[in-house]
Design a protein around this ligand. Structure first.
Ligand code: COA
Ligand code: ZN
Length: 308
């Protein structure tokens, strides 16, 4: 019997998806969204960020949400984004077990996002990772604008490799290569991950893609072929960084699951469950949501329902 190879998906909709929405979800509705994701089979979510509530008011309830998520779903990997030691302190006080730091691969993006230059952002990320490890937390390190910066243009490959290696040396459990503005194309993904493989162990690498130019799934396939097995995605394709102009939503979890399962990989995630989460997010955010395959997926669900 052929055993399928698995990929691991972290749904970042509760953080990346909601941080930029005009409508702010209340804590109970965020919890419901996460419950639907767990019901669909997700084993890992990014639930919130511990950032300045002035910078991102949508995440102001992180300290209320995180303990509720962990109490309700004790086996779910619940990660939270923390930009600095203050964020780590707040996350730890709320009982978080996994954190993610965010280092952008350009001077200007770091300044716009976290009000630090590149060198300071690198040092603060290293300090935060070390402090998190000392607290026994699992850690992720985003290397953002890994392909292009909305302010400085193309990110030099050497810079991406240098910063990724720094995050690896700082013992991040996962280094998340992020196409923050969704500008990558499959050829570049292939090239960059081949180079990253030389400086990082493949099993530590994750990829975080946005679908701004309709290439999210193609880029995910290029990453799969390059050996990446950890993916971020956002149910319904919601998302985008408020500090990176032009960034559209993340690659939709339902698109990624469809592509991976059809290509022979196991995800452990059920599409009907994901569609229930898309429907819920759509009701809450009061606008149509869903990835590239949403029309077909819904039609398929309706047909399956008729046949049962
Ligand atoms: N959580 C909550 N409050 C924080 C904080 C955190 N992680 N870090 C700093 N603060 C507070 C400080 O206590 C201070 O509060 P006060 O004015 O009431 O005394 C205030 O924010 C300013 O602190 P300072 O260290 O000068 O921060 P800053 O103004 O340079 O902002 C960040 C730095 C990182 C806090 C801010 O840029 C931020 O939250 N960015 C959000 C990034 C983000 O979420 N991007 C999208 C995802 S990648
Ligand atoms: Zn993102």
């Amino acid at each position: 019997m052929n055993v399928k190879e698995s990929i691991h998906i972290t749904d970042v909709a509760p953080r990346d998806g909601l941080q930029n929405q005009a409508i702010h979800l209340c804590t109970a509705d965020k919890l419901r969204l996460i419950e639907l994701l767990v019901d669909a089979g997700l084993r890992s979510v990014e639930a919130a960020s511990f950032v300045s509530p002035r910078a991102v008011p949508q995440m102001a309830d992180a300290a209320e949400l995180v303990p509720q998520v962990q109490a309700r779903f004790p086996t779910l990997r619940t990660s939270v984004l923390v930009p600095n030691l203050k964020g780590l302190e707040r996350a730890h006080a709320a009982g978080a077990k996994e954190i993610a730091v965010v280092l952008s691969a350009s001077e200007t993006m770091n300044r716009k996002n976290i009000n630090m230059g590149l060198d300071q952002a690198t040092e603060v990320s290293e300090q935060t990772l070390a402090a998190a490890r000392a607290l026994g937390l699992r850690t992720r390190a985003y290397v953002a604008v890994a392909f292009d910066c909305p302010f400085e243009g193309a990110t030099p490959l050497d810079e991406l490799l240098r910063l990724s290696a720094r995050m690896h040396a700082a013992a991040a459990d996962e280094i998340v290569i992020a196409d923050t503005i969704g500008s990558a194309s499959p050829g570049q993904v292939k090239e960059r991950f081949a180079a990253l493989r030389d400086v990082l162990p493949m099993e530590r690498i994750a990829v975080h893609l946005h679908d701004t130019r309709g290439m999210g799934v193609a880029n995910a396939w290029a990453a799969l072929e390059a050996g990446v097995r950890r993916f971020d995605a956002s149910v319904g394709g919601i998302g985008g960084c408020p500090f990176a102009p032009g960034a559209a939503g993340n690659v939709a979890t339902e698109d990624l699951v469809l592509m991976a399962e059809r290509s022979g990989f196991a995800t452990g995630i059920a599409l009907p469950g994901l569609l229930a989460a898309v429907d819920f997010a759509q009701e809450q955010l009061r606008r149509p949501l869903g990835g590239r395959a949403i029309t077909w997926l819904r039609r398929q669900r309706d047909q399956d329902l008729q046949n049962t």
